[in-house]
Design a protein around this ligand. Structure first.
Ligand code: ADP
Ligand code: ZN
Length: 624
């Protein structure tokens, strides 16, 4: 049985209690944090005791600390396996900023850099070595690690090992061999998203020995979720970004083209926005990542290629302009908002058309993957199931926090979350939903169930297109019945009916809409249809955002941010690794005037005090 955060703690044993104080001191002096987050203590205690573990914490839950802290306790050398180079580099940067001896071995290193790392490794000077699975097995690294003697093997993004997961990576399968190769080392698996089935698979594949299984609470109370019908992508994006002027935002699109077009629109509107996708030149991608990290740009318009390596902790908005392909992906991508624990917003612009785009992408992806037929069809089924879970989330008018928690196997107890469009009463039903639905369904019947969304919509609106003329559709009784709607709104309503299964849609390249049994029930008034108002309602920023600013001197905060941007630029490091937003707000609230007072501010440890104390105190004193 997995332990969950919030469960009654059985109480640490004597030996663990002895290390409690050491853990606290280490946390305080290296990181400047006062308390551990839920389950971090249990994870660190298991690692310290050399017991295998499986740690499932949501993005932003603080997994890294669970493997960063233990090697400091007894000066061991530990390994972290991570799927992406950018992910490792960010972490090593952040660790170096607090003077922590860590390094990453990857293909981008020069001979000299590599030799230096091997020297430090052999000399026992490294606490953490990061590497990717393919590096580990295809180079002499394993032998070196064997001679050095490693204490713990940490597997980050461990769900990649499972084919039941949403992000299976064949190269992760090789990690099973580590157990035999290093029988004396303990193995620790970390992931942000794992349904119970995937969890079991991870433990089996890695041959974990009676692992301490720790499952965190998935809910992220500081995030406000909204799902908004998409009627005008660029216009809606601009409006939503307007609520976050000068703040970090990530805008996700499905295709590379879209990211470039939208970034151009935003730039034209005066925003500091860059596109990001895997098709861009490595140098350009790198520049954008750096600019975002150093806070010289506010907005990145990206495909899902962006983010794995982005740890900027003060992202205040994650906007999806289209449906993600799974709730796992959604949880992970929205998880990049508000990692500092301060209020942040996640908006999904949804249109049922996205489901169809994904379906065809999934099928085409299989063609390219060269799998045998059985494998391909199993993988397609699994991906379609993930997709339809996502669709149901977007389309249901129920609490978003509750829906997400329950998907990851956790009951959500609160009757209302206060942090989603549904609970905040922002979603609005279309007046006359039922009658409008009947008009649409009748029109589908009148045109003989032989046309697609666009044409049906044009007939309903009474448009004068060549196709309507050719088929004589200006004669049908439903022609012009919804003349008051614009095309986008009308298409959106048809998609809502498809989503709720009140209409069906054929497959193929030129899909047509048809009636089903439920359509007839609606026409006979045996079922009541509720449609959501597709037009965007003005939303206000949530209350918790104001709470996070309580007592903060905003001018001082801005001045500190400018200073941080300068330092980040000089050092070529991400701004948040210098000092994060939460720490800056804490300083701008407490206005410390002495090093001792500064040390009491959140996120300021001894290393940061030594590095930046004087500069920060100057700014604070200068401002008062
Ligand atoms: P994850 O890997 O689980 O997504 P991270 O390890 O990147 O999350 O942690 C997210 C943020 O929380 C980081 O900025 C980290 O410095 C911060 N953090 C982690 N543990 C603590 C703690 N005990 N107290 C305060 N901040 C913490
Ligand atoms: Zn809610």
């Amino acid at each position: 049985m997995a332990r969950q955060a919030g469960e009654d703690d059985p109480g640490p044993q004597g030996c663990v209690r002895a290390t409690d104080a050491v853990i606290r001191d280490t946390l305080r002096s290296w990181w400047g944090f006062d308390t551990l987050r839920p389950l971090q203590h249990e994870a660190i205690a298991a690692a310290a005791a050399g017991r295998d573990s499986l740690v499932v914490l949501p993005t932003g839950g603080g997994k890294s600390l669970c493997y960063q802290l233990p090697p400091l306790l007894d000066q061991t050398t530990d390994v972290v396996i991570s799927p992406l180079v950018s992910l490792m580099k960010d972490q090593v940067d952040a660790l170096e900023a607090i003077g922590y001896p860590a390094a990453a071995i990857h293909a981008g290193l020069s001979m000299e850099q590599r030799r230096d790392i091997y020297d430090r490794l052999r000399g026992g000077d490294l606490r953490l070595l990061f590497t990717a699975p393919e590096r580990l097995f295809n180079t002499g690294l394993l032998d070196t690690l064997g001679s050095v003697g490693i204490s713990r093997i940490n597997i980050d993004e461990a769900h990649c090992i499972s084919q039941w997961g949403h992000d299976f990576r064949p190269e992760y399968r090789q990690l099973a061999a580590l157990r035999e190769r290093f029988p004396q080392a303990s193995v620790h698996a970390f992931t942000a998203t794992a349904t119970p089935r995937v969890r079991e698979d991870i433990a089996a594949q890695l041959q974990l020995r009676q692992p301490e299984t720790l499952v965190g609470i998935f809910d992220r109370p500081n995030l406000t979720y909204r799902v908004v019908p998409r009627t005008d992508k660029a216009g809606q994006t601009l409006e939503i970004l307007g609520r976050h002027a000068g703040e970090a935002s990530i805008v996700y699109c499905i295709s590379r083209r879209e990211t470039e077009d939208l970034a151009a629109r935003l730039t034209a509107a005066g925003l500091l926005a860059h596109p990001y996708h895997a098709g861009l030149e490595a140098r350009q991608r790198h520049r954008t990542q750096e600019a975002f990290a150093k806070e010289t740009i506010d907005v990145v318009v990206a495909t899902v290629a962006f983010g794995m390596g982005i740890d900027r902790s003060n992202v205040r908005l994650v906007l999806h302009t289209a449906l993600p392909k799974s709730l796992e992906a959604y949880q992970q991508e929205t998880g990049r908002a508000g990692r500092d624990g301060l209020a942040a917003e996640c908006v999904l612009l949804y249109s049922a058309a996205d489901v169809f785009s994904w379906e065809s992408l999934i099928r085409r992806g299989m063609d390219a993957a060269e799998l045998d037929e059985e494998e391909a069809s199993a993988l397609i089924d699994s991906q379609l199931a993930h997709l339809h879970q996502m669709r149901r989330y977007a389309q249901a008018a129920r609490c978003r926090h509750a829906a997400l928690s329950e998907y990851f196997g956790q009951a959500y107890e609160q009757p209302t979350c206060g942090g989603c469009d549904v609970c905040l009463g922002e979603t609005q039903n279309l007046p006359d939903s039922h009658v409008t639905a009947q008009k649409i369904i009748s029109c589908v019947a009148r045109v003989g169930e032989r046309f697609g969304v666009r044409h049906v919509s044009e007939v309903l609106r009474g448009a004068k297109t060549a196709a309507i003329q050719r088929h004589g559709h200006q004669q049908v009784s439903t022609y012009g019945l919804l003349a008051e709607l614009d095309q986008r709104t009308c298409e959106n309503l048809i998609h809502q009916l498809l989503d709720q299964d009140y209409l069906s849609r054929s497959g193929g390249d030129r899909p047509v809409i048809t009636l089903n049994a439920r359509s007839w029930q609606v026409l006979r008034d045996e079922r009541e249809v509720i449609l959501l108002e597709p037009r965007l309602k003005k939303t206000v920023r949530s209350r918790s955002d104001a709470d996070d600013w309580e007592g903060v001197d905003r001018d001082l905060f801005e001045r500190l941010r400018q200073w941080r941007r300068r330092i980040a630029d000089q050092r070529g490091k991400p701004a948040w690794t210098i000092v994060d937003d939460r720490a800056l707000r804490s300083i701008a609230r407490e206005k410390p005037t002495s090093p001792a007072a500064l040390l009491r501010c959140r996120g300021i440890g001894e290393k940061r005090l030594a590095d930046h104390g004087a500069a920060i105190l100057d700014i604070v004193v200068g401002a008062s």
